[in-house]
Design a protein around this ligand. Structure first.
Ligand SMILES: [Zn+2]
Length: 192
């Protein structure tokens, strides 16, 4: 039996599959039988028990769900429930920051990105219109600055500036990928 308690859908993060396998084995040792069908499913990215009318199995399913809700689905370290772009995920701080930064970079480099934050990419990005994680990684010499009477200095980036940054931001997203792939090292990104 390969994965006795494979959840549906089948594309379960590897770190979570290890948790599922562990609890399936515990159940098997305790009861002498294997789960016949998936006992945990995912909804909106989060696990829930699908077991009914079986007290023992219900207990194992509940413990499995609790363990999953505290396991980073990316690296397997201790994590918690987090929300990003309307979807839930369970991640540690490092993996979540890295993923959010990658998503921010991808959205910024995509000219057709939704303008829900009020972006007007064809004009310029005011410093505070940029996602905080992006703002934190833009080199200080890149910013343009202008003085507005009565307001003071305003920092911004033009569309051409962002396009010029594209190669570097893409490279940064790759570095972040490599960093978080190495479990055990803390990726400190998005400060500022
Ligand atoms: Zn992690």
């Amino acid at each position: 039996m390969e994965h006795p308690n494979k959840v549906a859908p089948s594309n379960v993060p590897t770190a979570w599959q290890r948790v599922l396998d562990t609890y399936a084995l515990k159940y098997q040792r305790a009861t002498g039988k294997a789960f016949e069908k998936p006992f945990v499913a995912l909804m909106n990215g989060l696990p829930f028990s699908t077991v009914e009318r079986d007290t023992v199995a219900e207990g194992f399913a509940r413990k499995t769900v609790t363990a999953l809700l505290h396991t980073c689905q990316q690296c397997g370290r201790s994590g918690r429930r987090r929300r990003h772009t309307r979807r839930y995920t369970v991640m540690c701080a490092a993996c979540f920051s890295a993923r959010a930064l990658r998503a921010d970079i991808a959205a910024l480099l995509d000219d057709d990105a939704p303008t829900e934050a009020g972006f007007r990419p064809e004009v310029a990005w005011h410093e505070h219109e940029l996602p905080p994680r992006i703002r934190g990684v833009i080199p200080s010499q890149i910013w343009r600055q202008t003085d507005i009477p009565g307001v003071g200095p305003v920092r911004y980036l033009g569309k051409a500036d962002v396009q010029a940054l594209a190669v570097w931001l893409t490279k940064l997203a790759c570095l972040v990928d490599e960093e978080t792939a190495t479990a055990g090292s803390e990726a400190k990104v998005g400060a500022g």
